[in-house]
Design a protein around this ligand. Structure first.
Ligand code: NAP
Length: 545
C-alpha cells in the first residue's frame, strides 16, 4: 500500500538527498522498520555505522556469543514465508548463525538497496519550518526526511573504564562489543578478561580452551545459571514451525515476552519440599525458566529471594572444585535477579582448569594498566591481550553520541541528561517526527521491537491518510509517562535503584550517570496495551498537525 506524504519543498532541497524517512541503525529494529516503511511505499534510507547489517549481532562476535532467549522466540514474526524458510540450528542461536539470519532477511526482502553501510550519523537537526530532519554524516554528505527513526539499540555504546595507564599497554586490547572482524589469535596467549557479566560469562569458557593462560578480573560475581542449549534436529524444527502461532501468542501474553512466565503462586503457598522440587525442576529447564518462571514474590520479597539465592549459591559451589574460588564466584550481597541473570555453558567449570586464574578485585583493585599488563594492589600480571568485557553505556549512550537538535536547536543529549524522557518510550517532547525504537520495556527485545516498528508504521500511514505532516509528544504526556515509569520501577529487585544490583538497567555501571531504571518497568502486555490505546484514541498524548 502506498501512502502519500505531504511534501513541502525543502530549503536548498537540491543540496540534500531527500527521503520520507531516515532510519539510523541496521540491527534487529532498523531492518524491521525499513521493511514496514517500505511496504507503505515510502522512500526510506537507512544509515549504518558498521560494515554489515545485524547491529548487536554484527559487533558482538566474540567466541561464545549467542542468544539467551529461545531462537524461535527471537526471530521476526511478520512474514510467514520467512518463518517457513528459516531453520534454527540450536535452541539458543550462536552469533554467526544469527548474523546469517539477519543477512538472509536483508536479502530476502531486498532491504540492502536502501541501506548505506559504513556511515556514521554525526548530527540530526529538526527544521521547524519545513517539518523535517536534516541528517549529516561523519564522513560527509547529508540527507533530509520528514521522519527520523533512531534504531540504535540499547546496548551498543561499549564502555571501557578509564583505568590509569590504559593507553600505555603495548599488547592487544579490545572490547567484547567491538570484537575485531578478523578473529584475533588467542592460541597460547596470556589473556586477561576484565568483567564477569553476561558477555564475559559466554566468552570465558570458550577462550579458556585455547589460550595459554587466562586471568579473569572480577569485581562482583553474578548469579549465573545454566543455559542448557541443544541442537535442533529437522524433526523438532518442523514441530517448532507448526507451533509458531502458539509461540507468538504466548510471547504476546507473558510478562517479559519470553516463553517463560512467573508462577502466580507465592513461595509461601507451597511446602519447603515442594519449593525445592520446583527449583530443581526449573533448574533443569532451558533458558530463563530458572528466573522468569519462579514464584513471583522471589522478585520482590527479600526473604523469599534469599531462599532461592541460597539454592543458586549452592549450585555454584557444587561446580567449582576449589572452595576458596567457589566463594569468590558466589554473590552474597545483593538479591538474585537484581541484575540480569547471565546464562552460561561451562562457565564455572572453566575455573577448574589449570590455565584459568580468578582475581578478586574487591580484595585487590586494579591500580593501573602497565605497558606489559595489569597491576593490582597485590600483584603485577603480564599479558599479550586484554579483553574488556565491561559492558555498555546502555540506552542513553548510543543516542547521546549523535548531536540531535530538536525545536529551537534544543539538544537531545541535554534533554536526556538525567535519564530517558519519553512518552510511550517512543518520542521526546520538542523532537517532532522523531521516533525512538529503543527506550522500550524490559522484554525479549525482538518481540517488543516488532510491536514498536509496527506502531510507528501505522502512525505514519495514519498521518499520510489524514494529510498531517507533524507529530510531537506533548510535554504533559511526557511528564506523566516519566512519573508513571518511575513509580513502576519502585517494585522489583531488578528495577529498584536501592536493591544493590547496580546494573546497566539503572545506569549504575557508568560512573556519574544518573540512577534511573532506563526501560519501562511494566509488563509487555501492559505496555502494548498502552501504545495501542494511545493510537486508537487518535494518538492521544501527541500533538498532530
Ligand atoms: P555487564 O553485564 O554490564 O557486565 C560488565 C562487567 O564489567 C561486570 O562484571 C562489571 O563489574 C565489570 N566492570 C565494569 N567496570 C569495571 C571496572 N572499572 N573494573 C572492573 N570491572 C568492571 O556487561 P555485559 O556482560 O556486556 O552484558 C550487558 C548486557 O548485554 C547483558 O545484561 C545482556 O542484557 C546483554 N547480553 C546478552 C547476552 C545474551 O546472552 N544474549 C550476552 C551478552 C550480553 P560489576 O558487576 O562489579 O559492575
Amino acid at each position: 500500500m502506498a501512502v502519500s506524504l505531504e511534501r513541502e519543498p525543502a530549503v536548498n532541497e537540491g543540496s540534500f538527498d531527500q527521503f520520507d524517512a531516515i532510519i539510523i541503525g541496521a540491527g534487529v529494529s532498523g531492518l524491521c522498520q525499513l521493511y514496514h516503511l517500505r511496504r507503505l511505499g515510502l522512500k526510506v534510507r537507512l544509515f549504518e555505522e558498521g560494515g554489515g547489517v545485524g547491529g548487536t549481532w554484527y559487533w558482538n562476535r566474540y567466541p561464545g556469543c549467542r542468544f539467551d532467549s529461545e531462537s524461535y522466540t527471537y526471530g521476526y514474526s511478520f512474514s510467514e514465508e520467512l518463518l517457513r524458510e528459516w531453520d534454527w540450528k540450536e535452541h539458543f542461536s550462536a552469533q554467526p548463525d544469527t548474523e546469517r539470519y539477519l543477512n538472509f532477511v536483508a536479502d530476502k526482502f531486498d532491504l540492502r538497496r536502501d541501506i548505506q553501510l559504513n556511515t556514521r550519523v554525526a548530527s540530526a537537526v529538526f527544521d521547524d519550518r519545513q517539518n523535517c530532519w536534516e541528517v549529516r554524516m561523519e564522513q560527509g554528505g547529508s540527507a533530509r526526511a520528514r521522519f527520523l527513526i533512531t534504531a540504535v539499540g540499547i546496548l551498543s555504546a561499549p564502555y571501557t573504564p578509564p583505568i590509569a595507564g590504559l593507553e600505555s599497554f603495548k599488547g592487544v586490547r579490545f572490547h567484547t562489543g567491538r570484537w575485531p572482524q578478523e578473529p584475533p589469535k588467542l592460541e597460547g596467549k596470556r589473556v586477561a578478561v576484565i568483567g564477569t557479566g553476561a558477555s564475559a560469562v559466554q566468552l570465558i569458557p570458550e577462550i579458556a580452551k585455547v589460550v595459554g593462560h587466562l586471568t579473569v578480573f572480577q569485581r562482583r560475581p553474578n548469579y549465573c545459571a545454566p543455559l542448557r542449549n541443544g541442537k535442533i534436529d529437522p524433526e523438532t524444527m518442523k514441530k517448532i514451525k507448526a507451533s509458531y502461532p502458539e509461540i507468538f501468542r504466548r510471547t504476546n501474553e507473558t510478562t517479559a515476552a519470553f516463553i517463560h512466565d512467573f508462577d502466580p503462586r507465592s513461595i509461601y503457598d507451597v511446602t519447603p519440599a515442594e519449593r525445592l522440587a520446583r527449583f530443581e525442576e526449573l533448574w533443569e529447564q532451558r533458558g530463563f525458566a530458572k528466573w522468569l518462571s519462579l514464584f513471583h514474590d522471589i522478585n520482590t520479597d527479600p526473604k523469599a529471594n534469599e531462599i532461592y539465592a541460597e539454592f543458586v549459591r549452592n549450585k555454584i559451589r557444587e561446580r567449582v572444585k576449589d572452595p576458596a574460588v567457589a566463594e569468590k564466584l558466589t554473590p552474597k550481597d545483593y538479591p538474585f535477579g537484581a541484575k540480569r541473570i547471565p546464562l552460561e555453558s561451562g562457565y564455572y567449570e572453566a575455573y577448574n582448569r589449570d590455565n584459568v586464574t580468578l582475581v578478586d578485585l574487591r580484595e585487590s583493585p586494579i591500580e593501573r594498566i602497565t605497558p606489559t599488563g595489569i597491576k593490582t594492589r597485590a600483584a603485577e600480571y603480564e599479558f599479550d591481550v586484554i579483553i574488556f568485557a565491561t559492558g555498555f553505556d546502555a540506552v542513553t549512550g548510543a543516542l547521546s553520541k549523535i548531536d540531535i537538535r530538536g525545536k529551537g536547536g534544543m539538544s537531545f543529549k541535554d534533554r536526556w541528561a538525567h535519564g530517558p524522557r519519553t512518552y510511550l518510550g517512543m518520542q521526546t517532547a520538542g523532537f517532532p517526527n522523531m521516533f525512538i525504537i529503543s527506550a522500550a520495556a524490559f522484554a525479549n527485545l525482538p518481540r517488543c521491537i516488532e510491536m514498536l516498528v509496527e506502531w510507528v508504521a501505522d502512525c505514519i500511514r495514519y498521518m499520510g491518510e489524514k494529510g498531517l505532516t507533524r507529530i510531537e509528544a506533548t510535554p504533559q504526556a511526557e511528564d506523566a509517562w516519566v512519573r508513571h515509569s518511575a513509580e513502576l520501577a519502585g517494585h522489583s529487585f531488578l528495577t529498584r535503584g536501592d536493591a544493590g544490583g547496580d546494573s546497566w538497567f539503572l545506569g549504575a555501571n557508568i560512573p556519574g550517570k544518573d540512577r534511573v531504571f532506563l526501560l519501562y518497568a511494566n509488563s509487555f502486555p501492559a505496555y502494548r496495551k498502552e501504545c495501542r490505546e494511545a493510537a486508537d484514541k487518535g494518538y492521544e498524548g501527541f500533538l498532530l498537525q
